[in-house]
Ligand binder design. Structure first.
Ligand SMILES: Cc1cc2nc3c(=O)[nH]c(=O)nc-3n(C[C@H](O)[C@H](O)[C@H](O)COP(=O)(O)OP(=O)(O)OC[C@H]3O[C@@H](n4cnc5c(N)ncnc54)[C@H](O)[C@@H]3O)c2cc1C
Length: 461
């Protein structure tokens, strides 16, 4: 029996619903206390990658997921009958691990249409600018922001290759770096929206070396920077993840938040809302920001606790989709730091001025169920825009992510990164937040899942 037919035999082809697998759990009853070869906590890209690799090596993983869906910070859903991404959406053509997954499952990529109207900070507000000017000016300003990164991040996939030089800059926040540059106010406003938004609200939060690593991974130029978010899988993030899961011989429990992980002798006990699960080894594949909510016994090493308390995933980001109408054509707008909406751009032209627009906000005071309020803010960016409908996801307030993508804080690269990748006894850790190369991206989650699977196999030797 090949792996796929074995998977069907165990009912795992219907993994997206726990009811098919665990009727008792879906009904709210306690499932049997279960024993597994290995337990993987969290069914995002990191956890699913680890589970698939472990199953490819002959183990039968039990994936335990708090939500009623797989995917974590990727969330492929629908809005107005169209497929949308409420979390992660784009990939770069430089992300080798992601592209090898696409190739493995025969999935192609698509690109978003280019904007016709580009809006940037100007004077006290926002104004339409020539796209060619944006290209030249952003190239120059980002080049200045990241000057020197070609040395201190000589090998961006190995950010500590020049640890000697990193020591001189790892303490700097993006705000520190902007202050060093002492840009003219107009120039500062052209890039502080980027540094603040990627940091989850304030340029003071994100570490210079973290964003500089993204710049260098893109090739250290403006084309590569834009290319970081250049493509999407044609089947959505969820389509790829489901293909990976379908390729896994294991078991999935949805709706099962993990509360505690206790290591005793050669056994790990995983306490869930529905009972206790045991295995000789565990992969903790929840976001780093979530580690602090799980009771580990014995307690995690200080470096793990510090990382989780400080946070690696940026604290705030609401991603929203708007059905809007505007006579400006396909728009792309970027605000300065402090504006309630950091960026927006047209995703789909629905015809007759109607569009699906994607936006990001780090402002907790905005109410994305209040169409009039959001329209009033959007009109400061795109005059006259009409908001017809809204859909949003607040990742900072989501208790199973407690933040959005990873962008390391100052000092976290040197002080924490290698250490939090290490297993702790019978526990391995997987998360896009701990990746060496594409930290903060799904490619990095895959990297971490591959590493955690290797570590578990090593533990069992
Ligand atoms: C708005 C947004 C936009 C993004 N855009 C991009 C992008 O364009 N490109 C890109 O590459 N990356 C992007 N990212 C980052 C990317 O989504 C993440 O790096 C990646 O998905 C992390 O995967 P992961 O498996 O490490 O973590 P997660 O996807 O967070 O998976 C962790 C899983 O653990 C589960 N979990 C948490 N707590 C518990 C518990 N107690 N018990 C059981 N299960 C638990 C969660 O429910 C979740 O399913 C974006 C992220 C966000 C939020």
């Amino acid at each position: 029996m090949d792996r796929r037919s074995l998977l069907k035999a165990t009912g795992l082809s219907a993994l997206a619903t726990s009811a098919a697998l665990h009727p008792a759990a879906a009904a709210g009853a306690r499932p049997r206390n279960a024993e597994a070869d290995v337990i993987v906590i969290g069914a995002g890209f990191a956890g699913v990658t680890a589970a698939r690799e472990l199953s490819a090596n002959g183990l039968r993983p039990l994936l335990v997921e708090a939500r009623d869906r797989i995917g974590g910070r990727t969330w492929t859903d629908t809005f107005l009958g169209r497929r949308i991404e409420l979390g992660c959406q784009w990939i770069s053509d430089r992300q080798q691990l992601f592209h090898s997954e696409l190739a493995r499952y025969g999935i192609s990529t698509v690109t978003d249409p280019a904007a016709e109207t580009v809006i940037f900070p100007s004077g006290n507000g926002l104004a339409e600018v020539d796209p060619a000017e944006v290209y030249t000016r952003q190239s120059e300003l980002l080049g200045r922001l990241f000057a020197g990164s070609e040395s201190y991040l000589e090998r961006p996939t190995d950010p500590l290759y020049r640890a000697d030089l990193i020591r001189g800059v790892d303490h700097l926040s993006l705000r520190d770096r902007l202050d060093q540059l002492a840009l003219a106010p107009a120039d500062e406003n052209w890039i502080n929206g980027t540094t603040a938004s990627y940091s989850g609200g304030s340029s003071a939060l994100g570490g210079l070396t973290a964003l500089a690593q993204w710049w260098r991974l893109g090739g250290g130029n403006i084309d590569g920077w834009y290319g970081l978010l250049g493509f999407s899988p044609a089947v959505g993030m969820g389509g790829l993840l489901q293909a990976m899961l379908d390729d896994t011989d294991g078991e999935l429990m949805l709706n099962t938040p993990v509360r505690g992980v206790t290591v005793s002798g050669r056994c790990v006990y995983v306490t869930t809302s529905r009972g206790t699960l045991t295995a000789p080894a565990v992969v903790v594949a929840v976001p780093v920001n979530v580690w602090r909510t799980i009771q580990f016994s014995p307690g995690l090493p200080k470096v793990h606790t510090d990382a989780s308390l400080q946070g690696v995933g940026v604290p705030d980001s609401v991603k929203f989709w708007v059905h809007a109408r505007t006579d400006r054509g396909r728009v792309s707008a970027q605000a300065a730091e402090g504006f309630p909406i950091s960026s927006l751009f047209t995703h789909t032209d629905l015809g007759d001025g109607h569009q699906l627009i994607i936006g990001f906000s780090e402002d907790r005071s905005l109410d994305f169920t209040n169409r009039a309020q959001i329209q009033a803010v959007l009109r400061q960016m795109v005059p006259g825009i009409e908001v017809w409908d809204l859909r949003s996801q607040d990742w900072g307030r989501d208790r199973y992510s407690r933040g959005a993508w990873a962008l390391r804080r100052p000092k976290q690269l040197l002080a924490q990164l290698p250490a939090i990748q290490q297993p702790y006894g019978r526990i391995a850790f997987a998360s896009g937040d701990t990746a060496t190369a594409w930290n903060g991206f799904v490619d990095g989650a895959i990297e971490s899942g591959l590493r955690a699977a290797r570590q578990v196999l090593e533990m069992r030797r």
